[in-house]
Design a protein around this ligand. Structure first.
Ligand SMILES: Nc1nc(=O)c2c([nH]1)NC[C@@H]1CN(c3ccc(C(=O)N[C@@H](CCC(=O)O)C(=O)O)cc3)C=[N+]21
Length: 283
């Protein structure tokens, strides 16, 4: 058996095609969406992600604004940039690229962002609204995972989903999305304290591997035919390594590769959040 590839790159391109006319309509109505990024320091990975986001904006016609700050920028200077973006009418949504250098206190900076301009869906107000079931921008990676599964007709209704990793960007929020009535999945959140990871994984119809541990998910753990999403990335001496062992492709029914899976979907959902927020503001 060889898994059907959940092609995040092609799906992202399809979503961009759908966004383009919506952006054009907003521009016509004088309400052009604008995405800003705040990038601190010169980490090559972060720089390449941010560059990709600006290229994406150009592709769908969204104006983009770059705020690149030196690695040794002060907390007060980042605060000033956040205040500036909160007040800038050309910026309808923005992100502060994570992780920030250790000398900066990320929590207060993220809370300082205007919730109405939260493009990541990771502002405490947005996460609170997600818990409450109120309308809010949704966290991009979990939303991208669900959209990728939906567009490949992978059943979520009643499905057993094993999530591995309890991080704030993926593991923690994805359970909130998947247990809404619209998804209706049963979610098990696994982490380093999980006693028998293999047995949890073996029961799952869908596995979301977001632990950041290379090759953590091996073929023997996976139920034949399950959908497996490789979300974690680790930089190793041999290049980028995902959380899923390549041989899982022989057992799984569906597999999202890494790269080429959830990463591009995260970017597609970032732009979707920006467009939706601009549409909401139109009333
Ligand atoms: N505030 C904030 N929001 C984020 O959404 C955020 C962040 N900080 N910090 C870092 C992580 C990571 N992340 C990725 C997005 C796209 C790809 C992506 O498109 N990757 C391509 C490959 C890109 C390459 O080759 O470098 C792929 O998987 O095919 C990867 C990683 C967003 N993050």
């Amino acid at each position: 058996m060889s898994a059907t590839i959940l092609d995040g790159k092609a799906t992202k391109d399809a979503i961009f095609e759908e966004l383009r006319p919506r952006v054009a309509k907003l521009v016509e109505q004088g309400r052009a969406p604008g995405l800003a990024t705040v990038l601190v320091g010169d980490d090559p990975g972060s720089q390449s992600y941010v560059r990709a986001k600006h290229n994406d904006c150009a592709k769908v016609g969204i104006k983009s604004i770059r705020k690149d700050l030196p690695a040794d920028v002060s907390q007060a200077d980042v605060e000033a940039v956040i205040d500036e973006l909160n007040a800038d009418p050309e910026c309808t949504g923005y992100i502060v690229q994570l992780p920030l250098p250790k000398h900066l206190d990320a929590g207060p900076l993220l809370e300082r962002m205007a919730p109405a301009k939260d493009a990541d869906g990771l502002h405490p107000i947005s996460l609170g609204r997600l818990v409450l079931g109120e309308e809010a921008p949704l966290p991009c990676t979990p939303r991208g995972i669900i959209e990728l599964l939906r567009r490949h007709d992978v059943e979520l209704n009643g499905a057993r989903v094993a999530v591995v990793g309890r991080g704030i960007t993926v593991g923690r929020p994805i359970g909130l999305l998947l247990t809404r009535r619209s998804e209706n999945s049963t979610v098990t959140l696994c982490h380093t304290g999980t006693k028998d990871l293999a047995s949890e994984i073996s029961r799952a119809d869908v596995v979301v591997a977001a632990a950041g541990v290379p090759k953590l998910i091996t073929p023997d753990m996976v139920k034949p035919g399950a959908a497996v999403l490789d979300v974690g990335v680790t930089r190793t001496d041999d290049g980028l390594a995902g959380d899923v062992h390549p041989d899982v492709a022989e057992v799984a029914g569906f597999l999202s590769p890494n790269p080429g899976g959830v990463g591009p979907m995260t970017r597609a959902m970032l732009l979707t959040n920006v467009v939706e927020a601009a549409e909401r503001n139109l009333g």
